[in-house]
Design a protein around this ligand. Structure first.
Ligand SMILES: Nc1ncnc2c1ncn2[C@@H]1O[C@H](COP(=O)(O)OP(=O)(O)O)[C@@H](O)[C@H]1O
Ligand SMILES: [Mg+2]
Length: 278
């Protein structure tokens, strides 16, 4: 079963002069329950637009077209409760003036009910699960008392404590050092496996993608050029763009002129694969 089904889905942003600029076009994609999907693409390819659309968080100047069905949810999904979201900068989701344990407990209370005692217990459980040392004492600290990697793990705890069906993580580790990145990806992979959580993990990092993905969707200039099982996409890509990226083994955040000197763009036949099976 699919949690999300996109058919001919597109998003354009309207500028102040009224002009429309497409950010996503003709996306056909199914996101299956319990799978870990990595959305891979370079900066500006439309990854965040897709993540925001799935979460129902597109900004007001965005105009969507085609269809995006959130079909696998029992009722219309609620952000926070059914869909958890984590962004690149954890400071944006953590309140600097509130103890981290209280923030996590509050998220639990708001989204799942239950008393404050249960909320506090859940907060400690999730801090521990996200490998925050000494979870009881840590729960009483404020965000600035933690490292960047710890803050992001706390933000993930605050998202997962509400037991959402899906966690959408938009480049959650891009601002962190390599060791923190791999630690967080490892934890997310484990937790998703334990809980049957559906994960949508957005990244420009092919190495991270290969560590966590069951499925990979590759965006290029707003189009889905390839989607399928990670083992297939990352070892035998069917699209020349993906093949070129893998052959070059470059981080997709590398400035364009360097990378594209090596890729002959005339070879591209950019199109959306039908039904996401390549
Ligand atoms: N709020 C916005 N208003 C106007 N244009 C936007 C907005 N957000 C993103 N864009 C544009 O949409 C395109 C895709 O951006 P984005 O989805 O952020 O890509 P990515 O996350 O892959 O870097 C880019 O050209 C970007 O400049
Ligand atoms: Mg982005």
């Amino acid at each position: 079963m699919s949690l999300f089904s996109l058919r001919g889905f597109g998003v354009s942003y309207r500028d102040r002069g009224g002009g429309l600029h497409p950010a996503l076009q003709a996306i056909d994609l199914d996101i299956a329950v319990g799978r870990r999907l990595v959305v891979l693409g370079e900066t500006g390819s439309g990854k965040s637009t897709l993540a925001l659309a799935l979460a129902g968080l597109l900004p007001r100047n965005a105009e969507a077209s085609g269809s995006l069905a959130r079909a696998g949810f029992a009722a219309p999904p609620r952000l926070g409760r059914d869909i958890g979201m984590v962004f690149q900068d954890p400071s944006g989701s953590l309140d600097p003036l509130m103890r981290v344990g209280e923030q996590i407990a509050e998220a639990r209370h708001v989204n799942r009910g239950g008393g404050w005692r249960e909320g506090r217990e859940q907060a400690e459980t999730w801090l521990e699960r996200l490998a925050i040392p000494n979870s009881r004492a840590s729960a009483r600290r404020y965000p600035h008392q933690f490292s960047g990697g710890q803050k992001q793990r706390i933000a993930i705890a605050a998202a997962l404590v509400s037991e959402p069906l899906v966690l959408i993580a938009d480049e959650p580790t891009s601002a962190l050092d390599t060791i923190s990145q791999h630690a967080i990806v490892g934890l997310l992979r484990e937790i998703a496996g334990e809980r049957g959580l559906t994960l949508v993990f957005v990244t420009h990092d092919i190495a991270l993608a290969s560590e966590i993905a069951d499925d990979v969707a590759v965006l290029y200039e707003g189009r889905l050029v390839e989607a399928g099982p990670a083992a297939r996409v990352l070892s035998a890509p069917s699209h020349p763009y993906t093949a070129a990226l893998l052959a070059m083994r470059l981080d997709l955040d590398t400035p364009r002129p360097t990378r594209f000197a090596e890729i002959d763009k005339r070879d591209f036949s950019v199109r959306a694969p039908g039904g996401g099976h390549g």
